[in-house]
Design a protein around this ligand. Structure first.
Ligand code: HEM
Length: 85
């Protein structure tokens, strides 16, 4: 089940009580709604970047193994626009 999202659509998912929390890492969209309590780095930091592109923060604290392990569980789609300025 993979969907294509625009960044604007992902931006709408930043509230636990209102649809859930999505974050963007590179060109992937991850639903971290049910991962908040499980996240070793804490729920607070994920809530802070919810709805946004958190690639920079993600790669600061994790390596590719993290996405290999959790990616299939949390990834719900990809972002349509990948252009970086
Ligand atoms: C798909 C999303 C994410 C997953 C699956 C994930 C998973 C993990 C895992 C498994 C760890 C344990 C350390 C390790 O094994 O490397 C961790 C630690 C951590 N994560 Fe995340 N994380 C995600 C997103 C984020 C984001 C977006 C941030 C920052 C905004 C963040 C900040 C941290 C921090 C600060 C730690 C603790 C590092 C430490 O104590 O050394 N994580 N995360």
């Amino acid at each position: 089940m993979s969907k294509t999202f625009t960044k604007a659509e992902v931006a709408g998912f930043k509230d636990e009580k209102n649809g859930g929390l999505y974050i963007i890492v590179d060109d992937g969209v991850y639903d971290v709604s049910n991962f908040l309590e499980e996240h070793p780095g804490g729920a607070k930091i994920l809530k802070r970047v919810a709805g946004k592109d958190a690639s920079k923060q993600f790669w600061k604290y994790h390596n590719a193994k993290v996405l290999e392990k959790y990616g299939s569980k949390l990834k719900i789609g990809t972002v349509a626009e990948t252009a970086k300025l």
